[in-house]
Design a protein around this ligand. Structure first.
Ligand SMILES: Cc1cc2nc3c(=O)[nH]c(=O)nc-3n(C[C@H](O)[C@H](O)[C@H](O)COP(=O)(O)OP(=O)(O)OC[C@H]3O[C@@H](n4cnc5c(N)ncnc54)[C@H](O)[C@@H]3O)c2cc1C
Length: 361
């Protein structure tokens, strides 16, 4: 039997994050987009909610909450409803923390987890994407050559969230047997030859970077022998949920605007051209959420969710573009100017189709 009833804990975390998004994130989003920077006090406040570190096992000083893809989807949607760039910044440390908890050796967990238990936001991230034509998650170009007690990484990565400020990056690379593994690389490691902030169309408040590795040597103990495809499924579900959050924000704004805006004496929401558009947006958002939740549900049951996660991410990428573009259209000329947030959501939502591999690959 499938149930859509969140548990008490999930409802509580959803309500908490929704309030935080409404009261703190949304009011900061426009300015953060303008300046390309997120106030550190806001990041600190988000960290204080425990959205990342609550899953650290009790043995390592954490609350030991289970890692749940469904809870993750609920949190991602609410944060992205506030702002996608701020959501991605707040969640970036999960990209390193979760794989360590799920697949790290006891030594790695002992070494890495305690730093995440501190009160300060712990900047950490993962480097997955590569700046090359036809990038495919199944065929990473970045290589890790083993020699004696170490691995040497060579290759280029892009769209690394908070890549410049991260204390540690989990770099995914292909070993000589052709399998993708994660490698823990510390900030400032020799062999990181370039870190450059990217200039993006959207999510401008989030620092994303290109990173080049040239014979970057890490101890063999830094290899994370993880199930890379399964981790990518978690990531796909997260991205789909983030897309739902952005699209829901745009839909709600456009719906309220349409009820208020009068043309020829009636609210434009009364005109079928607008009413049909809004109905279509609502349907698409709910449909995508269900795809994401189904994939998350399978992940939490320990099943292979590749098909469901790929469908959810693929559909979400198209959906968020369509819904945010429709929101701009509902506002008419006013949708195109920066006074209203729909243009920001349209630019931000466009990124979902790019993250972690283009939607058509
Ligand atoms: C910053 C800015 C600069 C501009 N500069 C110029 C300019 O230089 N020259 C110029 O000519 N104009 C200019 N415009 C006006 C622009 O052409 C209008 O914005 C445009 O005509 C749409 O009008 P609106 O923004 O009031 O949208 P609205 O009329 O409020 O329309 C909003 C939505 O409702 C729909 N809608 C409206 N009425 C109906 C209806 N009866 N039935 C079904 N659907 C309906 C529209 O298709 C749209 O999707 C400017 C607007 C802005 C915001």
């Amino acid at each position: 039997m499938v149930s859509f009833q969140p548990s008490e804990d999930q409802q509580l975390i959803r309500d908490t994050v929704a309030s935080f998004a409404q009261e703190q994130i949304r009011p900061a989003a426009h300015e953060a987009d303008e300046t390309g920077a997120i106030p550190s006090a806001l990041i600190q406040q988000g960290w204080g909610l425990g959205l990342v570190q609550s899953v650290i096992p009790e043995a390592h000083g954490g609350a030991g909450e289970p890692i749940s893809a469904i809870s993750g989807a609920l949190v991602a949607e609410e944060l992205a409803w506030g702002d996608l760039a701020i959501a991605l910044h707040l969640l970036a440390p999960r990209l390193l923390l979760y794989p360590i908890i799920l697949a790290g050796t006891p030594e790695q967990q002992q070494r890495i987890l305690p730093a995440f238990g501190a009160n300060q936001f712990r900047a950490a991230t993962a480097a997955v994407m590569e700046p090359r034509f036809g990038f495919d998650l199944a065929q990473l170009s970045t290589t890790a050559q083993r020699s004696d007690g170490s691995f040497t990484l060579s290759g280029a990565k892009c769209f690394v969230p908070i890549g410049g400020s991260a204390e540690q990056v989990l770099v995914y690379a292909r070993t000589s047997d052709g399998v993708a593994s994660g490698f823990l690389v510390d900030k400032g490691a020799a062999g990181i030859v370039r870190i450059e902030r990217e200039q993006n169309m959207g999510i401008k408040a989030l620092e994303t970077t290109e990173m080049d590795f040239d014979k970057c040597t890490v101890p063999a103990a830094n290899q994370l022998a993880c199930d890379f495809p399964a981790l990518m499924n978690r990531s796909r579900v997260g991205l789909a949920a983030l897309a739902v959050g952005v699209a829901r924000a745009a839909f709600e704004y456009a719906r309220d605007y349409a009820k208020d805006r009068k043309a020829f004496g009636v609210a434009i929401a009364q005109k079928q051209a607008i009413a049909f558009m809004l109905a279509e947006m609502a349907i698409e958002i709910d449909a995508t959420r269900l795809l994401a939740w189904e994939a998350a549900w399978k992940i939490d049951r320990g099943e292979d969710a590749t098909r469901e996660a790929v469908l959810a991410k693929h559909y979400a990428a198209s959906m968020v573009m369509k819904v945010t573009d429709n929101a701009v259209q509902v506002l008419g000329g006013h949708g195109y100017i920066r006074e209203h947030p729909v243009e920001l959501w349209a630019r931000n939502g466009r990124g979902i189709a790019t993250f972690e591999g283009l939607v058509m690959i």
